[in-house]
Design a protein around this ligand. Structure first.
Ligand SMILES: [Mg+2]
Length: 293
């Protein structure tokens, strides 16, 4: 059945997009007493020498760390409280929809939703302040053994695998249930949130598959950089120059920043298009009076 398609979604990466750090560097290694640099070097060795996928490599190394194996998902969740976020996060989530709060947009039932899709650990993010600000967080999940400690990956979201979750978001709530095959065909007008109503925000090459899926279907993509890092700026510029993203901005989500203006601009453009489409549909339904004479 055709959907009203009056929902706009902003989908965020997490590591270095909503936070200057990866969640492992920010809260996990501290707790485990691990040296982050050494850990990532070992991860890179597994990738180079034994051709591991990135996520499989770091998850294996964590599960081989006895102190990590003694944790449950509840412990990971508690660590989420200590995550450090970029300025303006999480307030941006509630503030951004503010300008949609006018009569015209309300009459057309326009709603803004936020989602996070990360290749990091979902459990850590669900324990953070982000959890009740967004519709849904998708990330890697670990299963617990009979003693309640993590022992095996249940779901791994690789960089390319992230796009599967973008499709789940466009197709609607029933597709958030993982037992539902995301590859079922669904025409554009039946999607709850078509890609042209989606803005994706990421920080680097790991977001390229997601940038490509969203922009090739009419959505918008933004790359954010750490204002204190020239390298991060250069990465974003190269994405911009290769036309992987529509715009780039410093990762400062507070009001009146360049990033906030861009986010508001794209959401507004989407809202204006929704109003125009709905009015067009409505006018098609109005029966014209018969001509006399
Ligand atoms: Mg990232």
């Amino acid at each position: 059945m055709p959907q009203p398609q009056n929902i706009i979604a902003i989908v965020y990466d997490y590591d270095r997009t909503l936070s200057p750090w990866s969640m492992q560097d920010d809260v996990l290694f501290k707790r485990l007493g691990l040296d982050g640099k050494e850990f990532w070097e070992k991860t890179n060795r597994l990738k180079a020498d034994r051709l591991y996928d990135d996520e499989m490599a770091w998850i294996r190394l964590l599960l081989e760390t006895p102190d990590f194996r003694s944790l449950g998902n509840g412990d990971l969740k508690l660590m989420g409280q200590d995550l450090r976020l970029y300025p303006g996060v999480p307030d941006v989530f509630s503030e951004l929809g503010g300008f949609l709060n006018n009569e015209e947009y309300k009459r057309h039932g326009i709603v803004l939703e936020h989602y996070i899709v990360t290749s990091g650990l979902q459990a850590i993010l669900t324990g953070s302040v982000l959890n009740n600000q967004v519709e849904r967080i998708f990330g890697c999940e670990l299963d617990e053994d009979s003693s309640g400690t993590v022992f095996w990956p249940k779901r791994v979201i690789s960089h390319t695998g992230k796009t599967q979750y973008l499709f789940r978001i466009t197709k609607g709530l029933e597709y958030m249930d993982f037992s539902r095959d995301v590859n079922d065909h669904m025409p554009d007008n039946e999607r709850r949130i078509p890609f042209y109503n989606m803005l994706y925000i990421g920080d680097g090459p790991t977001d390229v598959p997601s940038f490509a899926v969203v922009t090739s279907r009419g959505g918008k993509a933004l790359a954010v950089y750490d204002g204190e890092s020239q390298a991060s700026f250069e990465t974003c510029m190269s994405l911009r120059e290769a036309q992987r993203v529509d715009e780039i901005a410093e990762a400062d989500y507070r009001g009146d920043t360049h990033l906030r203006r861009l986010m508001e601009h794209y959401v507004k453009q989407m809202a204006i298009r929704i109003v125009a489409n709905q009015e067009l549909e409505h006018s098609k339904k109005v029966i014209k009076a018969p001509r006399h004479g």
